[in-house]
Design a protein around this ligand. Structure first.
Ligand code: ADP
Ligand code: MG
Length: 459
């Protein structure tokens, strides 16, 4: 009975290469449709207004602000210019008090500006770094924003744990700028970006073959460098560089080729955003643990794999989190001790047999493998859109990836990489590299501020 449920799941989550290529082709098609016209695809393909990426020649002191989850980070980097790269960096992470996540916009931005002011004051002790010039700041704000220019954009909606009604529809840079002025902070917001764009910029600074930045964290998103003349929906003047970074918002991708199961359907319909972010719900850290929980619940209710237990915990949405399934999946003890511990700690399930623990590991494997393989198909979709997926390709393509899921779930990241090679074939994959970029989202903002800055003295 339990074997049958697992076999069904395995079959429905199967991702043979042919299916993944269908997914990749659908992603490339959606990309084209989204670039064609506003609203042309579920994949929004937003213009980032970043038309020049850091080159390694930027010089001076720049600040970055990273707001996206429960913490925000302030950092300062000293760029050496002439490929000396980052000479020095200082950063500070601050937890956002939960009550500010649903308060008013001026309270949130006031708090951020005051923490920024403290950071600057501490940093300034002992060195007169600013030389009387206005400080330049890059702001990474990882919520959906309709960008109006490189340094302005209106908030479309909050996601994750935030809901501050009076901020929706407002220009987040103007809000930040006002709050900074109240603090007497002499800073200029030179760029507004999100974490995917920041990851791309952070990696490009060290390697000019980086073409895309991808996030697999709580959610997922990707940004890549597009030719400006391949964006029919763009009505503005073409940038001198000929390039434009596109913020794909690919979490909302959907294709009938996606292997969606009954568990995914139930998760989606009971979620805060039914019908939306389907690709994200199959591939990102917020959801993988929850999918596994749903499968375990069915196995317990229908097949009693855990014996006669109280189902209160196993029935609680999001109680089993992705770091837990990662720990169980990587358990290499002969008796799967860690699996037993995690089941007990999180779900109050005790006394499991080795056989049952093996089933749990297999469920984690099926769910995480599907996620990683679909993630690889998304990356292949970008390469396909750019014509960089074939054996005749001559350019090297580097994909920069960041996010807690990619960073900490090593079976996920390894599987993503091997699947990408499998999809591209031996010859083409020699020219494609996946690179983990730590903290792209923070440093990327400072780097884009640098390359946009009115005070830059390079180029
Ligand atoms: P965010 O996406 O919120 O900016 P991160 O990039 O740090 O933040 O990603 C956090 C997410 O990464 C968590 O929600 C979790 O799903 C995932 N994660 C964190 N640690 C682990 C881990 N050890 N194993 C698997 N996933 C993890
Ligand atoms: Mg982040």
């Amino acid at each position: 009975m339990a074997e049958q449920v697992v076999a069904d799941l395995r079959e429905r989550c199967a991702t043979p290469a042919a299916l993944l290529w269908d997914v990749a082709a659908a992603m490339a098609d959606e990309m084209r449709a989204g670039l064609e016209e506003e609203g042309g695809s579920r994949v929004k393909m937003l213009l980032s207004y970043v038309d020049k990426l850091p080159t390694g020649r930027e010089e001076g002191l720049f600040y970055g602000l990273d707001l996206g989850g429960t913490n925000f980070r302030v950092l300062k980097v000293h760029l050496g210019g002439n490929d000396k790269h980052v000479v020095n960096r200082e950063s500070r992470e601050v937890a956002i008090p939960p009550h500010l996540m649903s308060g008013s916009s001026s309270e949130l931005f006031g708090f951020i500006a005051s923490e920024l002011a403290k950071f600057v004051a501490d940093e300034d002790k002992g060195n007169s770094s600013s030389n009387g010039k206005k400080r330049e700041l890059g702001f990474t704000f990882s919520f959906p924003v309709r960008q109006l220019s490189i340094a302005s954009g209106t908030l479309v909606k909050w996601t994750k744990a935030f809901s501050i009604d009076d901020a929706v529809g407002e220009d987040v840079v103007a809000e930040l700028q006002t709050a900074m002025e109240k603090q007497g902070l002499d800073m200029h917001v030179a760029a507004l970006i999100n974490d995917a764009v920041g990851t791309l910029a952070g990696a490009r600074y060290y390697d000019e073959d980086v073409i895309a930045g991808v996030i697999f964290g709580t959610g997922t998103n990707a940004a890549y460098v597009e030719k400006a003349n391949a964006i029919p929906k763009w009505e503005g003047e073409l940038p001198n560089s000929g390039d434009m970074v596109i913020n794909m918002e690919w979490g909302n991708f959907y294709s009938p080729h996606l292997p969606v199961t009954e568990y995914d359907q139930a998760l989606d319909s009971e979620s805060l955003n039914p019908g939306e972010q389907i690709y994200e719900k199959l591939t990102s850290g917020m959801y993988l643990g929850e999918i596994v929980r749903r499968v375990l619940l069915k196995l317990s209710l229908q097949c009693a794999i855990f014996g006669d237990i109280d189902h209160t915990h196993l029935k609680t949405h999001f109680l089993l989190r992705t770091p837990h399934i990662s720990a169980m999946h990587h358990d290499e003890t002969p008796d799967l001790k860690i699996v037993a511990e995690k089941l007990e700690e999180n779900l109050e399930i005790t006394g499991t047999s080795l056989e049952t623990r093996k089933i749990v590991v297999e469920i984690c494997d099926i769910v995480a493998r599907r996620a990683a393989r679909l993630a690889a198909a998304g990356v292949a979709g970008i390469l396909k859109k750019l014509g960089r997926d074939g054996p005749t390709e001559k350019h090297r393509s580097v994909i920069a990836i960041d996010g807690g899921l990619f960073e900490h779930y090593s079976k996920f990241s390894k599987c993503l990489e091997t699947t990408l090679c499998e999809l591209l074939g031996e010859e083409a994959s020699e020219l494609v590299a996946v690179k983990h970029v730590d903290d792209g989202s923070g440093i990327g903002a400072a780097l884009i501020a640098a390359s946009q800055s009115r005070y830059r003295n390079t180029e």
